[in-house]
Design a protein around this ligand. Structure first.
Ligand code: ADP
Length: 523
């Protein structure tokens, strides 16, 4: 023992200082120190023979100390294990260096433990090189570390299978983790990003401002983005920018803040949205063109009716005018009678003017106009009935209205909805043309929880099952001069309003019903 630790003699102290012989001798303080030490200590020679061991070591080996001294390690450990010890021992013996390592050791028939070992050379007075060894049982620590590594690997595996990019940063904005989805999204490997400032993934102005966002948040606690998904721009390795949805959450553990960003790439969504908008615009354009065309064709078909309607007030005007002439040549004419007749002329002229205004209104809506205005549905129905009144009279059709009062006024394109009602009404009147007996169309408006409902029902022949499958297809018609676009166009108008148009077979005749939601889905 003496050769290991040289004693120190204090020069300043008056008190006698214990000399090497006392504390380091058999049973001295050094012995006590070594035997109380939780560290295992031993000294061995090149042949793996134990020259010294402390109590902790003996206890671990389960043998009395005196049995260990002078024994070879080959008697205590498996052959293979001693060979492993010797590999590092030889380095100490040959080079004289001190080495430190963590290794596994199993005492014969004992348990397998992990040891943190320090091996160092001891050259004794006789010039023999021995090896001193201190060992600390670190089994528990290694177990915890292994479990931690396993759980970290598990977390990484979970993060790497996530579809969204997940990036964690510390308060300095330095990236701590970068999952596989992030690597795919940004074109960087995790190694290229971890340890660097996260602003490398951002274009300006976010890039310059990001550090101050984090600082401000930590100083004020006011979160600009934390927790709330937000659309921002990100930058790939190839410097291209792309839109992302970013949701940030904060993790505080052991007084340390960490931020986790979950990122969704919005490129595809944006592209689809733009395509959808384009398609919607195209569909709207076609719908408006069709509406216009059908209005013109409806007008053409209604020309005879219109002419007749205008003829009525004109005939009346002419009759009243002749009456006025007669009244004027008669000297006794009562002025009041004359005024009354002139009033009638004015009223008929007004009626004629109204008809012309309606026709002009209808024709003047060009296909480029889309009116999203508020429309009162009952007023729209009334106008349609008025426009069809003559045709109904001629065909002997009764149009009965069941209009719910006080319906809410909702945003609709009144001209288009009018076109739908007109189409349904004209189809019903067409269907009733050869109907024997009573010919009748019932138009209803009412309200359910979420929508206005309009139905047009007739007591005509109805639609047979085969035709019912194709009613809303373009160019489906059973009429000789039909165009087959009325119902398909009506359906697309109602769809564009967020509602629905469907055929409802009744016990007699046909009924078409459409709904207009009080609120559009995207409102
Ligand atoms: P069109 O009136 O030019 O034929 P539509 O698209 O308006 O075009 O109608 C398509 C077809 O639906 C009609 O040809 C007819 O067969 C059927 N149809 C529509 N409404 C009725 C109805 N009220 N009663 C019977 N059949 C109808």
């Amino acid at each position: 023992m003496r050769r290991m630790v040289p004693g120190k003699q204090s020069k300043r102290s008056e008190k006698p200082v214990p000399t090497r012989a006392e504390p380091f001798g058999e049973g001295g303080m050094f012995r006590v120190f070594m035997d109380r030490s939780p560290l295992l200590a031993c000294i061995k020679d090149r042949d793996a023979v134990i020259r010294y061991a402390n109590s902790a070591w003996a206890q671990r080996l389960g043998k009395p100390l005196h049995e260990l001294l002078g024994r070879s390690e080959y008697e205590l450990f498996s052959h293979e294990q001693v060979e492993r010890f010797l590999r590092s021992d030889t380095r100490v013996f040959d080079s004289g260096e001190t080495i430190e390592l963590t290794e596994q050791g199993r005492i014969i028939d004992g348990e397998q433990n992990w040891w943190h070992v320090i091996k160092f050379p001891i050259d004794d007075e006789n010039g023999e090189r021995l090896l001193g060894m201190l060992a600390l049982d670190v089994t528990d620590r290694v177990r915890v570390q292994t479990a931690l590594a396993a759980s970290e690997a598990h977390v990484k595996a979970v993060l790497d299978t996530a579809v969204d990019a997940i990036i964690t940063i510390d308060t300095a904005g330095v990236v701590r983790s970068f999952n596989l989805a992030a690597a795919r999204m940004f074109g960087y490997t995790a190694e290229e990003v971890v340890g660097n400032n996260v602003n490398m993934l951002m274009p300006e102005p976010y890039k310059s401002e990001h550090d101050s966002y984090v600082r401000n948040y930590l100083a004020t606690g006011v979160m600009k983005i934390i927790g709330i998904g937000r659309e921002v721009s990100a930058r790939r390795k190839d410097r291209s920018e792309f839109p992302i949805d970013l949701a940030v959450s904060e993790v505080v553990g052991g007084g340390e803040h960490e931020f986790t960003g979950v990122i969704k790439d919005l490129t595809e969504k944006k592209r689809t949205q733009a395509e959808l908008q384009e398609r919607e615009a195209e569909a709207r354009y076609h719908r408006e063109q069709l509406t216009h065309l059908t209005r013109i064709s409806t007008l053409g078909e209604m020309a005879a009716g219109i002419a007749h309607e205008i003829n009525q007030p004109l005939t009346a005007i002419s009759t009243y005018a002749q009456a006025c002439q007669r009244l004027l040549v008669n000297a006794d004419t009562d002025i009041a009678l004359l005024t009354d007749t002139l009033d009638k002329i004015a009223r008929q002229a007004q009626r004629g003017g109204d008809i012309i205004r309606r026709v002009r209104d209808m024709a003047s809506h060009t296909h480029t106009q889309t009116h999203r205005s508020t429309g009162e549905i009952n007023a729209i129905v009334w106008e349609c009935v008025e426009m069809s009144a003559y045709e109904a009279r001629v065909k002997g059709i009764e149009i009965a209205l069941h209009l719910q009062e006080n319906l809410p006024v909702i945003p609709i394109d009144a001209v288009q909805i009018q076109q739908v009602v007109l189409n349904l009404l004209r189809n019903s009147m067409d269907a009733l043309q050869n109907q024997p007996g009573e010919r009748r169309v019932d138009i209803r408006t009412d309200l359910d929880d979420e929508a206005l409902c309009v139905s047009v029902a007739d007591n005509g022949p109805g639609v047979n099952e085969a035709a019912a499958q194709h009613l809303f297809e373009h160019f489906f018609t059973t009429k000789r001069s039909g165009m087959g676009i009325g119902l398909s166009m009506s359906k697309s108008i109602i769809d564009a309003h967020g509602g629905g148009l469907r055929y409802e077979p009744g016990t007699q005749g046909a009924a078409f019903k459409f709904t207009l939601p009080l609120r559009k889905a995207d409102d």
